[in-house]
Write a protein that binds this ligand. Structure first.
Ligand SMILES: NC(=O)c1ccc[n+]([C@@H]2O[C@H](COP(=O)([O-])OP(=O)(O)OC[C@H]3O[C@@H](n4cnc5c(N)ncnc54)[C@H](OP(=O)(O)O)[C@@H]3O)[C@@H](O)[C@H]2O)c1
Length: 120
């Protein structure tokens, strides 16, 4: 039977990587989306290889319409199906200020990634 496929946004490290690894152990093929260069995550990808988990990395951002489209296209072209989406990617403000000091730029970045990016 063809193995199921899970996309984990922000699955390159942190909580997302643990989710990706566990889904892989549970029998899923994994597609990971994150903004960093693949080279940055070699150690974690190596762990997936050791566990014989099939994975594919897409470098891109959930707040980019083009990147989200490419994520789906690459997943279908590599693994032919999508069964699960784990909407894990998210950011905190670059600078944690008092509420009254929040800039519009910071608000737009956090909402753009965490809320809009996750939604779309
Ligand atoms: N840890 C906590 O205590 C805590 C508490 C509440 C909520 N959360 C939320 O839980 C999620 C995971 O937390 P974490 O602590 O594991 O975070 P983390 O260590 O900062 O990891 C975030 C992951 O998301 C990726 N990422 C960041 N921005 C992205 C973007 N625009 N598009 C795609 N991928 C992106 C990061 O890789 P790149 O940097 O390469 O993009 C990384 O893989 C986040 O949404 C976080 O806000 C965490």
């Amino acid at each position: 039977m063809m193995k199921k496929v899970a996309i984990v946004t922000g699955g390159s490290r942190g909580i997302g990587f643990s989710i990706a690894r566990q889904l892989g152990v549970d029998g899923y093929r994994i597609v990971i989306l994150a903004t960093g260069e693949a080279g940055r995550y070699q150690e974690n990808f190596h762990l997936l290889d050791e566990l014989e988990i099939e994975w594919h990395y897409v470098q891109g951002s959930i707040d980019s319409t083009e990147d989200r489209k490419r994520l789906v296209e690459e997943t279908v072209s590599r693994f032919s199906r999508i069964d699960v989406l784990v909407n894990n990617a998210g950011v905190a403000p670059l600078e944690r200020n008092d509420l009254l000091e929040m800039t519009e730029e910071s608000f737009d970045r956090v909402i753009g990634i965490n809320t809009k990016g996750t939604m779309f």
